[in-house]
Design a protein around this ligand. Structure first.
Ligand SMILES: C[S@@+](CC[C@H](N)C(=O)[O-])C[C@H]1O[C@@H](n2cnc3c(N)ncnc32)[C@H](O)[C@@H]1O
Length: 278
C-alpha cells in the first residue's frame, strides 16, 4: 500500500533519526536493502548531504549479470546522483565507462579518470587479461579536493615551514615533494590468498586501500560518505579507518548481512514496505 503524505513524512523522519543515531554511535549507518535509485532519492528527501557518493555497480561483464539496458541504467543513476553530494565516483571497466564520459549530467564535470591497476588477475581467457578497473571522478563546480592528505610527515613539516613546492603536471612524478597522488592506484586484486583477512566472500569486493585514497582526496575528518551499492561494506571500513562517517546500502539482503558482520553493526530498523517510492 502506498503511504499517504503525512505517514510518508513520519517514516522519513524516523529513518533520518535512525541514521543519525547510528552515525553517532558507530560512525556508520547501514540502510536496509534497497534499490540504488531509492536510496539516492531518500538522501535528498531527508536532507542528508554527503560529501561523496560512491557508485560501484556490477560491471556488465559476467559477475552480477549482464543487462541490456546497462547504459540507460548508468545514465539514470548519474542523473539521480545529481544534488546528493559534491563528488561522485563511478566504477567500471574502461571500455564500459568510456561511453559515459561525454554523457554526464551537466551538473557533474569530469575531474579525473582514475585507474586501479592489479597485476594478479588469473588469466582465464585467450585474449587481453584484464588488469585494470576505471573510476570516473565527477564533481560539481567548486567541489573541494584535499591533496594535502597525501603528504608524508617530512612533507608536512616542510609545508609548516612554507618550504613545500607545489609541482603540478605529469613531470612532477619525479619530484619528492609531490602533493598530488597518482591517478593510477596499484593494489592487488583480492583473490586466493591475497588479502585473505580482508576478503568477505562478496564476489566483487574492492580493497580498502583503493577506496580510501578516493575518500582522502575528497573528504576531511568527520565528513560523510554515501555508498548506495556498497556490497561487502568496503566504504564503511575505509570511513572507519580514516575517521569519516558513512551511510551504506545495497539492494541485496545477502550482501547487507555481509556488511553487517564485517562492520559489527546492524542495519537501521526500517520496515521495508514502508520505504518511500521514488
Ligand atoms: C561491484 S559490487 C560493489 C562492491 C563493493 N564496492 C565492495 O567493495 O564490496 C556491486 C554491488 O552493487 C549492488 N547492486 C547492483 N544493482 C543494484 C541496485 N539496482 N541497487 C542497489 N544495489 C545494487 C550489488 O548487489 C553489488 O553488491
Amino acid at each position: 500500500m502506498k503511504p499517504n503524505v503525512s505517514l510518508q513524512q513520519d517514516i522519513e523522519s524516523e529513518i533520518r533519526q535512525a541514521i543519525d543515531r547510528s552515525l553517532r554511535s558507530h560512525g556508520i549507518a547501514i540502510l536496509p536493502p534497497m534499490d540504488v535509485k531509492d536510496s539516492l532519492q531518500l538522501m535528498k528527501r531527508i536532507g542528508i548531504s554527503p560529501s561523496v557518493t560512491m557508485l560501484d555497480p556490477w560491471y556488465n561483464k559476467g559477475v552480477g549479470g549482464v543487462r541490456d539496458d546497462y547504459r540507460e541504467f548508468i545514465i539514470d543513476l548519474l542523473r539521480n546522483a545529481v544534488g546528493v553530494s559534491d563528488h561522485v565516483f563511478l566504477w567500471g571497466f574502461p571500455e564500459i565507462v568510456a561511453y559515459f564520459v561525454d554523457k554526464l549530467p551537466e551538473q557533474l564535470n569530469l575531474v579525473a579518470w582514475l585507474t586501479w591497476y592489479y597485476k594478479n588477475n588469473p588469466s582465464v581467457i585467450r585474449g587481453w587479461r584484464s588488469s585494470q578497473n576505471a573510476c570516473l571522478h565527477l564533481a560539481g563546480v567548486g567541489a573541494k579536493l584535499y591533496p594535502e592528505h597525501f603528504l608524508n610527515e617530512a612533507q608536512k613539516a616542510k609545508q609548516v615551514q612554507g618550504k613545500l613546492r607545489y609541482m603540478p603536471g605529469p613531470t612532477s612524478v619525479i619530484e619528492e615533494d609531490l602533493l598530488d597522488p597518482p591517478d593510477v592506484i596499484e593494489a592487488s586484486l583480492m583473490v586466493g590468498f591475497v588479502g585473505r583477512k580482508e576478503q568477505t566472500g562478496h564476489p566483487s569486493q574492492k580493497p580498502v586501500s583503493v577506496f580510501e585514497k578516493l575518500y582522502l582526496m575528497t573528504t576531511t575528518e568527520g565528513d560523510l560518505i554515501f555508498d548506495p551499492m556498497s556490497g561487502s561494506g568496503t566504504t564503511g571500513e575505509a570511513a572507519r579507518r580514516n575517521k569519516r562517517l558513512a551511510i551504506i546500502s545495497d539492494h541485496s539482503d545477502e550482501y547487507t548481512k555481509i556488511a553487517e558482520d564485517r562492520l559489527g553493526i546492524e542495519r537501521i530498523p526500517v520496515p521495508l514496505p514502508m520505504l518511500p517510492e521514488h
